[in-house]
Design a binder for this molecule. Structure first.
Ligand code: MG
Length: 371
């Protein structure tokens, strides 16, 4: 079996709501890359990448990275030998985890379709059918988010993650207290600073948010402030989650060695795909740290792929934030959305990633193509 063709689409997808996220603000639209790998046996695989410029890089870069640097090492090769293909991608191009995640996703999709089994069967089999779903409260208008959260609570959602650190500390405390006041204690509150605090002020700020009883506090300080992360883990009762501090398995190992997190957030866009995400998870699990399924701004294809990884990984036990297609995009690119019901994402059961792409929707959102 051989890879014959790689079709790349850079999309600009309109969104419904403004998001303030600590290090950056999102409004009007989100760019992402959707690719299709075609083989000589008529089986296609799809993949998706999303990069956020203040987090990891740009979507234009992802598009260019695959088009110019990864395409030549993939064309004519066997898509079933995924570790070999990914090692060649790593040798051809340093970093660029989002581009590599999208390529690997499409290779897994091809293998799953070939074997007629869902992706999770290829990576060890399923531990769970559904994943608890976390929605991020990040609208600068907190009252709009409270109304949405009330509606979601009525539908069975229980996990809300509040984005803090982009407003003055007093404003953050006011938002947290409004949430507890309006939504009560019947929900699981998580707090994400997206690196928003300076190391010298972090401990004092976080002591003030602990009384709101968050399940965890995510990435309070810049990604390289490992000593401060360790200090916060030791000083606070609330578990600290590393997000931006851990992209690669090597960073997961450093975090464990430095005791710089109690939980690790895994994103395929950070690790560079499922195989490396499994390594991050193995390191965390061995050290006794549970994991969480995070996202950047990717849509249904990438989230479905990630849900297979979580389904097959018992230690990724703190849920996922796979809410973009249903709650943020005006329109995704799937013929049928991955079901979200009663506060849970349902793991796809079809062969491969288990999604059907609506190529007309891709064309509608497309701003660049290479094939
Ligand atoms: Mg985060």
């Amino acid at each position: 079996m051989k890879i014959e063709k790689i079709e790349l689409n850079l999309l600009e997808s309109p969104i419904k709501m403004k998001r303030s996220q600590g290090v950056g603000t999102i409004q009007a639209s989100i760019k992402r890359v959707v690719l299709r790998i075609r083989t000589d046996q008529g089986i296609d695989g799809v993949g998706e990448a999303q990069a956020w410029e203040v987090f990891s890089g740009t979507n234009e870069n992802v598009f260019h990275a695959i088009d110019v640097f990864l395409r030549p090492v993939l064309i004519g090769r066997d898509p079933r030998d995924i570790p070999a293909r990914m090692q060649e991608c790593d040798r051809a191009l340093v970093a660029n985890p989002e581009a590599k995640a999208a390529v690997e996703m499409a290779l897994f999709d091809i293998c799953g379709k070939l074997a007629q089994v869902p992706l999770h069967v290829l990576i060890g089999g399923k531990f769970r059918d559904t994943i608890p779903f976390s929605f991020s409260i990040a609208n600068p208008d907190i009252h709009a988010d409270i109304e949405l959260a009330k509606q979601m609570l009525a539908e069975g959602h229980r996990i809300f993650k509040v984005k803090t650190g982009f407003a003055a500390p007093a404003e953050d405390l006011k938002r947290l207290s409004l949430l507890r006041e309006h939504l009560g204690d019947a929900f699981d509150l998580r707090i994400d600073y997206n690196q928003g605090l300076l190391p010298y002020e972090a401990l004092r700020q976080l002591r003030q948010v602990e009384p709101f009883n968050p399940t965890f506090i995510e990435q309070p300080v810049p990604r390289d402030a490992i000593a401060t992360m360790a200090q916060l883990c030791a000083a606070l009762d609330t578990p600290i989650m590393a997000d931006e501090s851990v992209f690669s398995p090597a960073e997961a190992l450093r975090t464990v060695q430095e005791r710089a997190a109690d939980i690790i957030s895994i994103k395929l866009m950070k690790s560079g795909g499922i195989l490396k995400a499994m390594k991050v998870n193995a390191i965390a699990e061995t050290a006794g740290l549970p994991c969480y399924g995070g996202t950047l701004w990717e849509g249904g294809i990438a989230l479905a792929a990630a849900s297979h990884f979580i389904a097959a990984s018992p230690n990724v036990s703190l849920g996922c934030e796979f809410y973009m297609p249903k709650y943020v995009f005006l329109e995704d690119v799937l013929a049928q959305m991955t079901p979200v019901a009663a506060g849970h994402v349902h793991v796809p059961t079809g062969p491969g990633i288990g999604v059907e792409v609506d190529w007309k929707a891709v064309e509608k959102q497309r701003i660049a193509f290479a094939g």
